[in-house]
Design a protein around this ligand. Structure first.
Ligand code: DHB
Ligand code: FE
Length: 289
């Protein structure tokens, strides 16, 4: 059967992708940020999954005000890199796992979570920046990401957005779906976005270090309690775009301890302020072996 062996959490600030694409990672502003991902890249090489179930949000690139799916599951086998206005990033398109995605759709929808299924979905910085941070830039002579992906796009852009509680529940359903897939493959689940940031209005530039630290503490130790946090607290304490943090609860909900198993092992924890307007947070939780 398929197994979830780890969850990874990371911010997706677009300027991080630009820093990589423009060769600026060793500049003084960026060097401390990328240093925080050196461990992660080695860890990923040592624990390479077959598939990453990647929870992220689209920023009006694949979707628009025409269609606003709350939870959109990518069920196709190819995801092109989006053009966000400066041409697509020079990174590989992503290869999907359509069969596992179809199984997850069947399982999760039959558990009464109403997903939108998407067979054409360009992936924006919400998706490609976490891949770049964790994998680095793939070599020109083997220009592809080292695993297949299943994109899971959550609407955290246009109100109303889903609650942390709903996200945590859906993570648990995704775990049951993956673990009932009849093929012996290794799956990671990534929760991306955040941490505190606000890009607009009088509070633009808001960072709340205390809140971020406590969010990571609670995500690790007591996610079911954290999942009860009301939407208004995200916006008040973490900024209008801090609501992206609910996506971390999907990945956390898919870990074994939430289903009565052993607690995961914290392999890596990193926090850095600022990257552009945002506090960057990063965690790797591995299932107990
Ligand atoms: C920034 C952060 C985001 O999450 C995003 O989607 C766009 C911009 C920023 O800090 O600049
Ligand atoms: Fe964002």
């Amino acid at each position: 059967m398929a197994r979830i062996t780890a969850s990874v959490y990371t911010s997706h600030v677009p300027a991080i992708g630009a820093a990589m694409d423009l060769g600026k990672t060793q500049e003084p502003y960026w060097q401390p940020l990328f240093a925080g991902y050196e461990y992660s890249r080695q860890w990923l090489r040592d624990n390479m999954p077959d598939v990453v179930f990647l929870v992220y949000n689209d920023h009006a690139n694949a979707f628009s005000l025409d269609f606003i799916p709350t939870f959109a599951l990518g069920t196709t086998s190819h995801y092109p890199v989006a053009d966000e206005g400066w041409g697509p990033r020079p990174v590989p398109d992503a290869e999907g796992h359509a069969e596992l995605a179809a199984h997850i759709a069947q399982s999760v929808i039959q558990e009464d979570f109403d997903l939108t299924l998407v067979n054409r979905m360009p992936i924006d910085h919400g998706f490609t920046v976490p891949l770049s941070l964790m994998c680095g830039q793939p070599p020109a002579d083997d220009f592809r990401w080292p695993f297949k992906v299943i994109p899971f796009a959550v609407n955290v852009v246009q109100y109303p957005v889903p609650s942390g509680r709903r996200c945590f529940q859906i993570g648990q359903a995704i775990r049951r779906a993956i673990e009932s897939y009849d093929e012996d493959i290794n799956v990671h689940i990534w929760g991306t976005g955040g941490m505190t940031h606000q890009l607009q209005g009088p509070r633009a530039g808001l960072i709340n270090r205390e809140w971020d630290k406590r969010f990571m503490d609670r995500l690790i130790a007591d996610p079911s309690d954290l999942a009860q946090m009301p939407h208004i607290e995200y916006v008040r304490e973490a900024g209008s775009e801090g609501i992206e943090m609910v996506m971390w609860l999907i990945a956390r909900g898919a870990m074994a301890d939430v289903a009565g198993g052993p607690a995961p092992v914290v392999k890596h924890r990193f926090y850095h302020v600022p990257a552009s307007n945002t506090a960057v947070g990063h965690l790797i939780l591995e299932e107990a072996k």
